[in-house]
Design a protein. Structure first.
Lengths: 111, 111
């Protein structure tokens, strides 16, 4: 399957620390996206990185992509309690009609 | 800000009954999706819809499922004969380019 798979499955850190989540996928991609989900809510798009990009920033978010290793990482700097959520990577695969999500990383930021 | 809306927010049904979940995607979006998330688990792709037809479907999307865009605004998921294992959150999403916009989900409980 083409799914992204994140690690770690769960991460607990103190407010102010950085949080790093990793994602691996199996097929070729056009882009890779990261989404956030607060408990029981819909997913919210965070950032998209194209297959020809290696790094992208958005506010406190930094995403890297290594297509040779079929992996990506999401770094949240200076985390806040409000960052507590599940984070998912998503890949589009070929054709672009089938955005597939990984299993997610549950991040808990302690105040 | 435009948003994807889903109804009902929660539906309880008896096994074997038919259920219709409704979604109103963002008005200028052309690609529509249904996903399923069993409690605490991954977000599973069910089906994508473009140009009034299914563009991709997963192995989960078997003959008991169907989708329809009955008018210019609604996008529905029908489950013909519900099973206990259909209990989950069902998310609708739409997109214009790559970023998916999700609704808040419909929680289906099958008794």
């Amino acid at each position: 399957s083409q799914q992204g798979e994140e690690d770690p499955q769960a991460l607990s850190i103190q407010e102010g620390e950085n949080a790093t989540m990793n994602c691996s996928y199996k097929t070729s991609i056009n882009n890779l996206q990261w989404y956030r989900q607060n408990s029981g809510r819909g997913l919210v798009h965070l950032i998209l990185i194209r297959s020809n990009e290696r790094e992208k920033h958005s506010g406190r978010l930094r995403v890297t992509l290594d297509t040779s290793k079929k992996s990506s990482s999401l770094l949240i700097t200076a985390s806040r309690a409000a960052d507590t959520a599940s984070y998912f990577c998503a890949t589009d695969g070929d054709g672009g009609f089938k955005t597939i999500f990984g299993a997610g990383t549950r991040l808990f930021v302690k105040a | 800000e435009p948003e994807v809306t889903q109804t009902p927010s929660h539906q309880v049904t008896q096994m074997g009954q038919e259920v219709i979940l409704r979604c109103v995607p963002i008005s200028n979006h052309l690609y529509f999706y249904w996903y399923r998330q069993i409690l605490g688990q991954k977000v599973e792709f069910l089906v994508s819809f473009y140009n009034n037809e299914i563009s991709e479907k997963s192995e989960i999307f078997d003959d008991q499922f169907s989708v329809e865009r009955p008018d210019g605004s609604n996008f529905t998921l029908k489950i013909r004969s519900t099973k206990l294992e259909d209990s989950a959150m069902y998310f609708c999403a739409s997109r214009a380019v790559w970023e998916l916009f999700f609704g808040e989900g419909s929680r289906l409980t099958v008794l």
